[in-house]
Design a protein around this ligand. Structure first.
Ligand code: 13P
Length: 294
């Protein structure tokens, strides 16, 4: 599926919609490999990713995974990722074996190896079967003091080992109220572009998560979401229009079954990064179904 997006309307941009890639199951399989970039395939297959945060037990995880993999919508399937806490990655990875659901982590160390007590490296995440990793989630930026530069180093570390980073960006309520949303999102995005280069976005995902809409039940309107997504895509397009056209930009912040359709209908919204609703099989599966039917 090719999604038209706002970048073709950017003044002065030579953006063109990318050509359609191969269709069908071979493409689906290829897209599950981190090496197969969205630029290579020239499409934006929707993603629904569940960020479990610090929730779950072994038995709860097993029940949830069992429900998801038995009811994961077949065709046209969005890419489905679950991101359990570190300690459960290997076991959840085993539960996902033989399914099309992919494994992601919630964080990664910026350093490759060494005396970093409590940290987990990109190599280790690959070793236990992760294909994706969230970097720069606002909860890490806010509660653990992660700077834009540290997030960029984490992005680089993940990318270097063949993990697909899911780069989270988003403003706090005070930023939005002061009219600084674009400034904050640009600064967060630019830190990665400067350290890693725009080409790395060919095998990465961006997630826009306004802090004020996370876990609050307070919704960003579809128009507010689209405006920031278009801004992000335009900023990437200023460096590389092809990559911008192929980069998947997810929305996160109180997404649930009841509002997924209106959010995912926006032209620059390529899926969702789901917190609370990803812990409930019915909710998560309903969001997957919406993403698959777009
Ligand atoms: P909620 O869906 O619970 O608002 O969380 C969003 C989020 O932070 C996903 O990373």
């Amino acid at each position: 599926m090719i999604r038209p997006s706002s970048t073709d309307k950017i003044a002065g941009s030579d953006f063109r919609l990318p050509k359609a890639g191969p269709q069908g199951s071979a493409q689906d399989r290829a897209e599950q490999q981190p090496q197969a970039t969205s630029v290579q395939y020239g499409i934006r297959r929707p993603i629904v990713a569940g960020n479990w945060k610090m929730h779950g037990t072994r038995s709860e995880n097993a029940r949830l995974i069992d429900e998801i993999i038995s009811r994961y919508p077949a065709d046209p399937a969005p890419e489905c990722i679950v991101c359990p806490p570190y300690v459960y990655l290997q076991e959840v990875g085993r539960l996902l074996r033989d399914s099309a659901v992919l494994l992601g982590a919630q964080d990664v160390c910026a350093d490759a190896q060494g005396a970093f007590t409590g940290e987990v490296s990109a190599t280790m995440l690959k070793d236990v079967g992760c294909q994706y990793v969230i970097v720069g989630h606002s909860e890490r930026r806010l509660h653990y003091g992660e700077s834009d530069q540290l997030v960029a180093r984490k992005f680089a570390a993940a990318h270097a080992k063949g993990l697909m980073p899911i780069l989270c960006v988003g403003e706090q309520l005070a930023d939005r109220e002061a009219g600084r949303t674009r400034e904050v999102v640009a600064r967060q995005l630019d830190a990665v572009l400067e350290l890693c280069g725009v080409q790395t976005l060919a095998s990465a995902v961006v997630a826009y998560e306004p802090v004020w809409a996370i876990g609050t039940g307070r919704n960003a309107s579809p128009e507010q979401v689209q405006e920031v997504h278009a801004f992000i895509r335009g900023r990437i397009a200023a460096q590389d229009a092809t990559i911008a056209g192929a980069t998947r930009i997810l929305y996160g912040g109180s997404v649930k079954a009841s509002n997924a359709a209106e959010l995912l209908a926006m032209p620059d919204v390529d899926g969702g990064l789901i917190g609370g609703a990803s812990l409930k099989a019915d909710e998560f599966l309903a969001i997957l179904a919406v993403a698959g039917s777009r």
